[in-house]
Design a protein around this ligand. Sequence first.
Ligand SMILES: [Zn+2]
Length: 185
Amino acid sequence: MITFRVDSSSEEELLYSVSVDSDGRASCDCEGFGRGRFCRHIDAVLVSGEWAMVPENYRAAAAKAMELARGKITSPTNWKATWRKDWAWRGLSATREPINPRRSGKPLVCFTGTLPGKKRADWLAEAKNAGWDTTDEPSPFTDVLVAKDPNAASAKLKKARDNRTVIVSADEWADVMLDGVLPDV
Ligand SMILES: [Zn+2]
């Protein structure tokens, strides 16, 4: 059994405990440990591979738990991942430091798949205008990956989750682009 802690998204300084057993089953104490109960803490870290909400001293344990739970947890069919809109909890605030500061000092966004509404060149140009570097190939340096379906199981998304890149939908990107990962000035 591996246990790590996750910040509460609503209350400061409150931490929940998430445990993964040797079979890869997860439980969380946010509403009392309940068998088979699903919550945003399990979803964000163990299913979506995000880590901003895990305090630094628990990240090693969280990485092991992710490994143990990989492919073994799926969100319930009626589940609404409302936490995706919680920018601060996901570390997407204006003061977030880029995952891996590169020479340009700008955050890096990667676009994947066919995104609705605009041509790829327009998505790229718009991002550049808003102060981002852009790429088509996800890497450990990528801060944000924009995908048609952030929950899809494609190889690019899997790689991005392994790299702990924040994955957002095209709709979400509109906000993140303007109010998201920007370097401290
Ligand atoms: Zn929870």
